[in-house]
Design a protein. Structure first.
Length: 202
């Protein structure tokens, strides 16, 4: 997905003012860069789903038009600051925030009651300390598959991680850091070879 990149000239704006009802608004909102004052003037005509997905919006614009925008797309495609997300925490789509926005660990802790832990476990970079703090909330399947864990954490939460399916997912995802830990603590190299899970690098 790429943002709109065509310039909306003053001549074109005047033409739109002359007869807004004949404009193909979906195309306009998808392909042309729309200034904030233009969106304000024509807010009743705009295709707000396309605006949400294809316009590169400032946080001021998002806040001003928040009741028009499609938050599913805003949280997926727009780059949002953590302060802004928290300010509009009752408006944002936390599923997509957890998946597509780059979140700091401090913010994840602050918003722990809002975030989707399956998505956090799969899509954010988590330290051992955060995983440990929220061990009862994280998805251990995704932790094993996507996160780079330490041997210390593996041993501490072996009951959560010692699962053949989790080991297989490490292999499918080529998470060599975790594979080495599994191999060191009981899982067999010939299992990988027999299952043809990954090219052998060990």
């Amino acid at each position: 997905m790429s943002f709109a990149d065509q310039e909306l000239t003053q001549e074109k704006i005047e033409g739109i003012r002359g007869n807004p009802n004949i404009i193909h608004w979906q195309d306009l909102c998808t392909n042309y860069i729309l200034p904030q004052d233009f969106m304000r003037e024509f807010k009743e005509y705009l295709n707000w789903e396309r605006v949400s997905a294809f316009q590169k919006l400032s946080e001021d614009s998002i806040e001003e038009f928040r009741d028009y925008l499609h938050w599913y797309y805003i949280c997926k495609y727009q780059k949002l600051s953590e302060n802004f997300i928290w300010k509009l925490r009752d408006k944002v789509n936390w599923y997509h925030i957890s998946t597509y926005q780059k979140l700091s660990e401090n913010f994840i802790i602050q918003s722990s009651k809002y975030v989707h832990w399956n998505n956090i476990s799969a899509c954010q970079i988590l330290s051992d300390n955060l995983i440990r703090k929220f061990h009862d909330k994280v998805n251990w399947y995704y932790i094993a598959k996507h996160q780079k864990i330490s041997e210390e954490l593996f041993l501490e939460f072996k009951d959560y991680l010692e699962d053949t399916e989790y080991f297989e997912q490490c292999c499918y995802n080529q998470n060599y850091n975790n594979i080495k830990i599994y191999l060191k603590h009981g899982f067999k190299l010939n299992y990988i070879i027999q299952k043809h899970l990954i090219p052998c690098k060990f």
